[in-house]
Ligand binder design. Structure first.
Ligand code: NAG
Ligand code: NAG
Ligand code: NAG
Ligand code: NAG
Ligand code: NAG
Ligand code: NAG
Length: 536
């Protein structure tokens, strides 16, 4: 057995060596930033806010050595990167021990069979409110055709709501059991109103990868006088349809093409909060090179606040079945609509108080971390850290209670998950380790009859789905990635106060084809402290 393991490890190393490596060394520090004109303590990566982009090509090995120079434990999560067979690298509380202050940890990621637009952010301690996030671009391999000509440039556009309070003050409010106030503004690439511009040349076409890296609000993005052609959503090449404004919900990314086909001058870029009172708005500029004319005229207005407008736009964003994905075979050859699901999980979110403190729950369970990361406890077979089945497959209707919720699931099962949102906010759910088909969404209560309206042909496959107020969204997931995977609200105060769980995708197989062992450099903590990452 140890011999077989060793041989396999060598084989794996050889196989991986064929794909290029890209090395990054990141120093995470505090630094003073002034995005809304008020000085505050931000989290910088190599002195930058936002952090540097990760540029990569499908199957690249990305090695990121992260030095934690903060005074708090720290982790980076790779939102949308699937870390296939390797949930240890996911960088969330349940999979990876935190990097202690003054220490470092090297993430070993592979962009296996992925293309598209994603981002990273710090997952612990409400650090996300202080920065530490950045864009991730995964380009197609040179031989795989992309369904649009190479753009003249490829811009990362990180948009998000923002507080002028620092993360320790915000965290203290949540830890005391209170709700956060409304955010103070919206940032574009870490900067406030009128501070960000993108320079373009007349006649050329540009790619903008727009990600909502904020804490809670759905945002609308628009550019004065220009259409945006959506071409990609979290790894799916979409039907290329032009829009004059786009809703991007928290945690989501999409790519649009913009052609510089107007008079050469500056144009407003507007980002505004959706379905909120008041509406937060920020502006930036699309700047034609060699133009000295400032932007003028009224700011382009946002769409109606009718939920149906946003819902219809979401439904119109579909997969281009003839466009290629990360592999030579077209994505459309995967007929997800022909496969019978074997299980339906219905998840209902709720808000309430436990012991006079604000909490948020899924199926009445409000997640609390255990003393040891769940995946690490699983690897070392440390019992008593979590219970598989600590959350039911359907809402129970009972009051909110605290638990370390872990739901068991079978490797290779094909399942349906229905998110029910009976509240007045827009929800946004992310599943780590996977891309799933968004087969339907609508207002009201989901019932089995809702399946009649599913899109079983060309739904987009993505990793984050919104759920409108008093509405449901349904997804299909092929559980082809063994591991401990975080399913959470991207509404960050809700995630922090319990609206998350772990999906333990399990097999009895111990083959490396199904799951890698714990990384050799894994930090060990809690009840796993002092263990060895490799058996002798
Ligand atoms: C990180 O940056 C801080 C502040 O500039 C510096 O003191 C520290 O030596 C750096 N650490 C590494 C590992 O580069
Ligand atoms: C956040 O601001 C408070 C004052 O409002 C300060 O006491 C605290 O040290 C700050 N936190 C960080 C990480 O700078
Ligand atoms: C910390 O960084 C050093 C290089 O400076 C590296 O050799 C070591 O493996 C890193 N530690 C971890 C846990 O990745
Ligand atoms: C779909 O992709 C194909 C292949 O690249 C392309 O020719 C076609 O224009 C695309 N269709 C739409 C509607 O985007
Ligand atoms: C940004 O620019 C617009 C148009 O010039 C102006 O109306 C607005 O007041 C500016 N905002 C800020 C915060 O400077
Ligand atoms: C799916 O289920 C239907 C109805 O139970 C059945 O008729 C069909 O053969 C099943 N399809 C597959 C591929 O198993």
């Amino acid at each position: 057995m140890p011999l077989r393991l060793a041989v396999l490890l060598v084989l794996l190393a050889v196989a991986a060596a064929e794909d290029p490596y890209r090395f990054f060394t990141w120093n995470v520090t505090y630094g003073t930033i002034y995005p809304l004109g008020v000085p505050q303590q931000g989290i910088l990566i190599n002195g930058q806010f936002p952090g540097p982009d990760i540029y990569s090509v499908t199957n690249d090995n990305i090695i990121v050595n992260v030095f934690n120079s903060l005074d708090e434990p720290f982790l980076i999560h790779w939102n949308g990167i699937q870390n296939r067979r390797n949930s240890y690298e996911d960088g969330v509380y349940g999979t990876t021990c935190p990097i202690p202050p003054g220490k470092n940890f090297t993430y070993i990621l592979q962009m296996k069979d992925q293309i598209g637009s994603f981002f990273y952010f710090p997952s612990l301690g409400y650090h996300k409110a202080a920065g530490g996030f950045g864009g991730i671009k995964i380009l197609s391999r040179p031989l795989i055709p992309v369904p649009f000509p190479p753009p003249a440039d490829d811009f990362t556009v990180l948009i998000g709501d923002w507080y002028t309070a620092n993360h320790t003050d915000l965290r203290a409010i949540l830890d005391k059991g209170n709700k956060l106030p409304f955010p103070d503004g919206i940032l574009i690439n870490g900067r406030g109103p009128n501070a960000t511009s993108f320079t373009i040349q007349q006649g050329k076409t540009y790619r903008f990868r727009i990600c909502n890296v904020g804490l809670q609000n759905s945002l609308n993005f628009r550019i004065q006088g220009h259409k945006m052609k959506v071409v990609e959503v979290e790894g799916t090449h979409t039907l290329q349809i032009s829009y004059s404004s786009l809703d991007v919900h928290v945690g989501q990314c999409m790519s649009v093409l913009v052609t510089a086909d107007q008079q050469p001058q500056d144009y407003y870029i507007v980002v505004s909060s959706r379905f909120t009172t008041p509406v937060l708005t920020t502006t930036g500029f699309l700047r034609y090179a060699n133009s000295n004319r400032p932007a003028s005229g009224p700011l382009p207005g946002g769409p109606t606040t009718e939920i149906d407008w946003s819902l219809n736009q979401a439904r119109s964003i579909r997969t281009n079945l003839t466009a290629s994905g990360p592999r030579p075979n077209p994505q459309g050859s995967y007929h997800y609509g022909m496969i019978n699901t074997t299980r339906t999980i219905r998840l209902s979110s709720s808000a309430g108080q436990v012991d006079n403190k604000q909490r948020y729950a899924i199926n009445s369970v409000s997640f609390v971390p255990a003393d040891t990361p769940l995946k690490v406890a699983d690897y070392f077979q440390i019992s008593g850290v979590f219970r598989v089945g600590s959350m039911s497959d359907a809402p129970t209707g009972g009051g909110i209670y605290l638990d370390t919720s872990v739901m068991g699931a079978d490797y290779r099962a094909f399942i349906e998950i229905v998110f029910q949102n009976d509240e007045d906010i827009v929800q946004s759910y992310h599943l780590s380790g996977y891309s799933f088909f968004v087969v339907g969404m609508d207002g009201g209560q989901w019932s089995s009859a809702s399946r009649n309206q599913y899109n079983l042909r060309d739904a987009v496959s993505r990793c984050t789905v919104q759920v409108y107020p008093k509405s449901w969204s349904a997804i299909y997931v092929a559980l082809d990635n063994v591991g401990m995977w975080n399913l959470r609200s991207e509404f960050w105060a809700r995630q922090y106060l319990g609206q998350q769980l772990y999906l333990r995708v399990y097999t009895t197989s111990t083959s490396l084809r199904d799951e890698y062992p714990i990384p050799k450099n894994a930090l060990l903590c809690g009840r796993a402290s002092g263990r060895r990452t490799r058996p002798l």
